[in-house]
Design a binder for this molecule. Structure first.
Ligand SMILES: Nc1ncnc2c1ncn2[C@@H]1O[C@H](COP(=O)(O)OP(=O)(O)OP(=O)(O)O)[C@@H](O)[C@H]1O
Ligand SMILES: [Mg+2]
Length: 265
């Protein structure tokens, strides 16, 4: 199993952000991680990537406990795109994407042909060829987000963790990124976990969906079962309904744009 965790809990001080979380992914699976703001999605991804120490339980990559692996060993297997990544402003797109290759290049930082190919592929796949030499600070929010996706792709890891990778993208690039995620899974067997707010995109792209609420696992199963569970309405405190849009297509959540019984915890 490429990626799993059992009874994983994370505390920030005395507050529990993730509570006894279980997850297990098949090779090549696309998993959407959904849940309200503050429900623990980013926390879960960071713990899976070995960037946060759990207070209980453990995450495993290919059966090895993540906390016992070196950063470099993790980076060879797993690429993580955080929700708000940071890099020096003057860094260019090409430099950022090259950095994605660091786990592969040797001690003397010599890039081989395969490294150059991976970098070129990552830049092309995210539509950044024309922007390769631009500084990150001279990019729009969506262009910058694509540059980060590109850097994660260049790593060519078998496991990809993406924290809201489409949040700044226009609808065209949203579809493109989701399509890319789908191809990576189906053509390269990449195992993907993606935190995402758009329920319909989550349902359309993922094999299984994990729903978190206040740090606790509420649902783990196939998209259609989630649609039938009634959990979207209750967890997000909205009214809406799932509608069928055609044979062989997943149901579509049609939200009523009135806020009923919404109250902060
Ligand atoms: N560094 C931190 N220190 C203290 N509390 C934190 C920290 N990061 C997150 N939290 C808290 O932990 C909980 C889970 O946060 P997390 O970022 O995992 O949520 P999320 O599901 O990713 O939310 P969003 O949809 O807004 O990105 C929240 O209550 C948040 O306030
Ligand atoms: Mg988050």
């Amino acid at each position: 199993m490429p990626l799993s965790c059992t009874q994983l809990s994370v505390q920030y001080g005395r507050r529990t952000a993730l509570s006894e979380f279980d997850l297990s992914l098949e090779k090549g699976e696309i998993r959407a991680l959904i849940g309200p703001n503050g429900s623990g999605k980013s926390t879960a991804l960071q713990a899976l990537a070995g960037l946060l120490a759990p207070s209980q339980g453990e995450a495993r990559i290919d059966g090895t406990v993540v906390s016992k692996m070196s950063r470099r060993a993790i980076a060879k297997r797993l690429a993580f795109l955080p929700q708000q990544p940071t890099a020096p402003d003057e860094m260019t797109v090409a430099q950022l994407v090259r950095q994605g290759r660091f786990p592969h290049v040797g001690l003397f930082r010599s890039y081989k042909a395969e490294d150059e190919r991976a970098i070129e592929w990552a830049i092309e796949s995210t539509g950044l060829a024309r922007l390769a030499d631009r500084a990150l600070q001279e990019l729009s929010g969506g262009e910058r987000q694509r540059a980060w996706i590109s850097a994660a792709l260049a790593q060519e890891a078998g496991i990809l963790l993406l924290d809201e990778p489409t949040s700044f993208l226009d609808i065209g690039y949203q579809v493109e990124v989701l399509d890319l995620v789908h191809r990576l899974s189906r053509e390269r067997g990449v195992t993907i976990v993606m935190a995402i707010h758009d329920i319909n995109q989550a349902i359309a792209v993922s094999d299984r969906i994990t729903l978190l609420e206040r740090g606790e696992l509420r649902f783990d199963g196939e998209p259609r079962a989630l649609a039938e569970s009634g959990l979207i309405e209750s967890t997000f405190r909205v009214r809406g309904q799932f509608v069928e849009v055609g044979a062989g297509k997943p149901p579509h959540f049609d939200v009523e744009l009135t806020r009923l019984q919404r109250s902060d915890p």
